[in-house]
Ligand binder design. Structure first.
Ligand SMILES: *[C@@H]1O[C@H](CO)[C@@H](O)[C@H](O)[C@H]1NC(C)=O
Ligand SMILES: *[C@@H]1O[C@H](CO)[C@@H](O)[C@H](O)[C@H]1NC(C)=O
Ligand SMILES: *[C@@H]1O[C@H](CO)[C@@H](O)[C@H](O)[C@H]1NC(C)=O
Ligand SMILES: *[C@@H]1O[C@H](CO)[C@@H](O)[C@H](O)[C@H]1NC(C)=O
Ligand SMILES: *[C@@H]1O[C@H](CO)[C@@H](O)[C@H](O)[C@H]1NC(C)=O
Ligand SMILES: *[C@@H]1O[C@H](CO)[C@@H](O)[C@H](O)[C@H]1NC(C)=O
Length: 381
């Protein structure tokens, strides 16, 4: 099976190189496409720079955030992990430390007293290798050596394959830690605005609807967006409820007093982790649907992950430019609360919360293979 896959991958990449498809375009982007979908990537962060799907009038719309200049991602170090892969351990590590087999490791404090996205040598700011390219898929690889992710033990090898088919975009990450046990928990940090910032009525994200029928529970967070350990259940109609109805808007609690501090600290909206419980068929059931009535676009997520981080861009400060595929003559910047990052992953800081039962899932060692899979299906409301 493995031999066959590697063998056919070799044939495909040889054929493609011969035809010249393994090269990026003049704009520095690799493009893959299929019916109703076109996606573009750069090796920096294994980043998705553009994702085109059709809106209700049949027009191609670029529904993810990014920059026009592919080189700018590496220059603007303040970009908020735009559609890339933070690694080797996504999101926060409480008090910048963890313990494996009785030994305590300390990571970088780059977010108050905590570690965010593995510190300042995170994978989303490194240039990955392109190891296979076809018309409808691309594979990026990274070797993260001992010492490169500050405080993390041992080497991690990772391949991520992005592929498209008939209106769907799939992501598959495979990683190993051949020498020693290490925290390993990945995500794809995808920022959406399904209107491409073109809705004349609003550039904000609050009119988008979000449905997560299996996510009634979520993790309580402190003022630094670090989970406290408590698991809460969202009552129907409450601020963190996206489970009780299929068409709850992201702004449904905008006028409630809780909205201002809900995302951890003094920021509005969302920056928490929701838990998917009792998903009937892990491959069949959509665990999350994001939609916009204005563009008519609907995005359904299926994943092998047990939950999702939602972040509604409270820290976008209106300085970053929109791409030329987005915005209007009057709207050219990424304003606060104008997007939503959707990050399927395991429990935030689960390595430090044995009571959640996620420690084994978030630590990988010799002989084990870590696999992360998600599929986004795009259609119309
Ligand atoms: C990731 O690394 C870059 C480059 O060192 C740094 O600028 C950025 O702040 C880091 N990200 C986080 C979340 O720490
Ligand atoms: C890839 O695209 C090229 C150009 O559009 C086409 O000639 C070729 O047949 C395609 N290859 C595959 C495997 O679909
Ligand atoms: C890319 O491949 C080269 C050659 O194998 C290797 O030296 C380099 O470390 C790789 N880069 C990454 C980001 O893994
Ligand atoms: C593509 O997807 C659409 C919508 O889900 C479906 O109706 C159509 O049959 C699919 N086409 C192919 C070739 O699979
Ligand atoms: C990544 O892909 C290469 C083939 O390009 C393979 O040799 C390697 O074992 C893969 N690594 C992982 C962690 O799956
Ligand atoms: C949500 O759906 C209900 C029926 O399930 C409908 O009555 C209501 O108008 C819808 N609201 C929005 C904002 O679409």
């Amino acid at each position: 099976m493995l031999t066959l896959t590697v063998f056919s991958a070799l044939i495909i990449s040889t054929v493609i190189s011969a035809q010249g498809f393994s090269k990026p375009g003049a704009d520095g982007r690799y493009t893959i496409s299929a019916q109703g979908i076109r996606a573009q990537f750069i090796p920096y962060g294994a980043t998705l720079t553009n994702l085109f799907v059709n809106d209700k009038s049949g027009k191609e719309v670029d529904i993810v955030l990014g920059y026009d200049d592919a080189a700018y991602y590496a220059t603007d170090k303040s970009h908020p992990t735009y559609n890339s892969i933070p690694g080797r351990y996504a999101n926060r590590i409480g008090k910048a430390q963890f313990t494996i087999d009785g030994k305590t490791f300390r990571t970088q404090k780059n977010d108050g007293q905590n570690t965010l996205h593995s510190g300042t040598n995170n994978w989303s700011y490194r240039t990955w290798n392109v190891t296979a390219v076809a018309n409808d898929s691309i594979t990026f690889s990274i070797v993260d050596n001992e010492g490169e992710s500050t405080g993390m033990p041992g080497r991690v090898n990772t391949n991520v394959t992005y592929s498209v088919v008939n209106g769907t975009w799939s992501i598959r990450m495979v990683a190993t830690a051949p020498e020693t046990k290490t925290p390993l928990m990945l995500t794809h940090h995808t920022y959406f605005n399904l209107d491409a910032y073109k809705n004349p009525a609003t550039g904000l994200i609050w009119d988008h609807t979000l449905s997560m029928p299996y996510a009634k529970r979520y993790l309580a967070i402190d003022s630094n967006a670090l989970p406290t350990g408590k698991t809460l259940t969202a009552e129907a109609g409450s601020i963190n409820d996206f489970a009780s109805k299929p068409n709850i808007t992201l702004g449904h609690s905008k006028s409630s007093a809780q909205f201002k501090g809900n995302c951890g600290g003094s920021c509005e909206g969302y920056n928490g982790f929701w838990i998917f419980d009792d998903v009937p068929d892990k491959n069949g059931a959509a665990v999350l649907t994001l939609a916009s009535a204005w563009s008519g676009i609907k995005a359904e997520l299926r994943t092998n992950q047990v939950g999702v981080v939602l972040y509604t861009c409270a820290w976008s400060d209106g300085t970053a430019n929109l791409k030329r595929t987005q915005g209007t003559s009057a709207r050219k910047k990424v304003e606060k609360s104008s997007c939503v990052a959707i990050e399927a992953q395991d429990y935030v800081d689960g390595i430090n919360h044995r009571e959640w039962g996620r420690v084994d899932a978030e630590i990988t060692g010799p002989g084990e293979t870590y696999i992360w899979e998600s599929t986004w299906s795009f259609g119309l409301l």
